[in-house]
Design a protein around this ligand. Structure first.
Ligand code: PGA
Length: 261
């Protein structure tokens, strides 16, 4: 069984934030650093703001990641960005298989797997997203869908590679809709994900895996979601675009974590 881990809170800025907006949001987050001290905090700016954000966050506890990458290290792939390029500007994380990439840009489980391997090969930690549509949930196919995304996306990893992975469960019906999954709904899927991981990589590694929840996470839902056994943190979209709600989400998770110690 998993033990509670330091909350892992990542802010997915999606296609938002100019350089000016990046500077002011990060300045506000850095000012709130004491409040964030009990959590692992990652921001995920758009490509255009990554270098600026990395420079601002250098030597601070806030870590940085990208929202996607291509699986080749270099070459004739117009418009794409590779893992070595991300490492070069100071990224430590990269989101892979976000449902918006799967839906709008045709990212398949096979592509997700290649991207994960490219990230790991270059020393980036993948935040791998999985999640069902509303139709799949209504048809009773949630576990099947998520388990197959986990099985196909995360195949062929070495134990060292597996240790670097963060899995994000993001039910598509909850993303950007204001409809957060209930703690029980999220927990039962997180539990199944951990079970699936333990089938593939063994109990010990699965118990250590970081499995975060995403989908309309707000300050008001953070505490009760984090209280669940298998929820280790959050991937926050809309509420990460301003310092106050993002910091509040982290504080609520830290409060829940401290009660478990
Ligand atoms: P949301 O986005 O918090 O705005 O629902 C979450 C995500 O897509 O990562």
């Amino acid at each position: 069984m998993p033990h509670k881990k330091t909350p892992f809170i990542a802010g997915n800025w999606k296609m938002h934030m100019t350089l000016q907006e990046t500077r002011s949001l990060l300045t506000a987050l850095l000012a709130a650093s004491p409040d964030l001290a009990g959590a692992e905090i990652v921001v995920l700016p758009p490509f255009t703001a990554l270098a600026e954000a990395a420079a601002l966050l250098l030597g601070t506890p806030i870590q940085i990641g990208a929202q996607s990458l291509f699986w080749e290290d270099k070459g004739a792939f117009t418009g794409e960005v590779s893992a070595p390029m991300l490492v070069d500007i100071g990224c430590r994380f990269v989101v892979i298989g976000h449902s918006e990439r799967r839906q709008h840009f045709g990212e398949t489980d096979a592509a997700v797997n290649k991207k994960i391997l490219a990230a790991l090969r270059n020393g980036l930690r993948p935040i791998v997203c999985v999640g069902e549509t509303l139709a799949e949930r209504d048809a009773g196919r949630t576990f099947e869908r998520v388990e197959s995304q986990v099985a196909l996306g995360l195949s062929g990893l070495s134990p060292q590679g597996f240790r670097e992975i963060v899995v994000a469960y993001e039910p598509i019906w909850a993303i950007g809709t204001g409809k957060t999954a209930t703690p029980a709904q999220a927990e039962e899927v997180h539990y199944r994900i951990r079970l699936k991981l333990s089938e593939k990589y063994g109990n010990d590694l699965a118990a250590c895996a970081i499995i975060i929840y995403g989908g309309s996470v707000k300050p008001a839902s953070s505490y009760s979601l984090f209280k669940e056994k298998n929820i280790d943190g959050f991937l926050v979209g809309g509420a990460s675009l301003a310092a106050e709600p993002f910091v509040q989400i982290a504080k609520e998770a830290i409060r829940a974590y401290k009660e478990e110690l």
